[in-house]
Write a protein that binds this ligand. Sequence first.
Ligand code: NAP
Length: 305
Amino acid sequence: MSVLYDHVAFVGLGLIAGSMSLAMRKHGLAGQTVGTARTAQTRQTAREIGLCDRVVDSAAEAVAGADLVVLAVPVGAMGAVAREIAPHLKPGATVTDVGSVKRAVIGAVAPHMPETVHFIPGHPLAGTEHTGPRAGFAELFENRFCLLVPLEGTDRAALQGLRALWEAMGSTVETMDPDHHDLVLAVTSHAPHLIAYTMVGVADDLRRVTDSEVIKYSAAGFRDFTRIAASDPVMWRDVFLNNRDATLEILGRFTEELFALQRAIRTGDGELLHAYFTRTRAIRRGIIEAGQDTAAPDFGRSAKR
Ligand code: NAP
């Protein structure tokens, strides 16, 4: 493939930025990649493993001369980073972010952006429970969606350029309004994470009663909760603090449904339970048909563990 941006800068060098840098290298999409991270330790690791072409010590240095700047730090840190880089941005550059929440990030970043740059918020719907510079891999975005959330009056060519980049890294790109994005993500990602955190917390309390049985017999559904609940605490703290309204709305609905199911169990209403589970099973089929997961039993894990 051909070079889409001559000079790409990453602020933050964790799972997402690392994967983007490796994907750009794999497909030849960037003339050069430059990155920086907050701590000397992360910068050193990134240098050792050659995560990008150059690792520099400050965000200002990283973005100088860049055609594309990717903000890949926790949502709560976006505003401060935007303020820091603003005076050093090249006129005509595209600035994007990969934050899991969009309305709050736009509110934190947009006021700092000079009129001469194109700020186009984004969110790749791809990730793992691993973090840091060693967690990245070039294939992370393949067959995943990337949502772009252009602001009013966004330059069409700049948007097209960013879309082409994500498509070249293997993603399907869609555009979305920020509030709609935050609501959709509250349903599909944020509330499920909170529920997983809660379930694992409950099991941890129980473990004190049943000793190690929770760990020993965790092969059933619980193990998948533990994977989700192992996600980065800073990232997820920031997601909930910055997508408060939509998450609380979905959790309210969740609680109501939970009470309805609780009542059905108490009153022995098998018909309600059966109808409910039949409806939810169809959702799983829809995800598989959309190519977003495998139909293999147990998520395709081999029987041997
Ligand atoms: P990560 O692996 O933990 O990397 C985060 C990076 O941000 C690190 O380089 C870290 O630097 C830097 N950083 C942390 N706190 C900072 C601060 N206060 N100021 C400046 N830099 C800071 O995280 P990630 O998974 O790549 O996530 C990055 C962004 O992508 C987040 O906004 C997240 O919401 C979004 N996202 C994540 C996923 C996912 O599943 N992980 C998926 C889609 C989008 P040090 O290492 O030096 O501390």
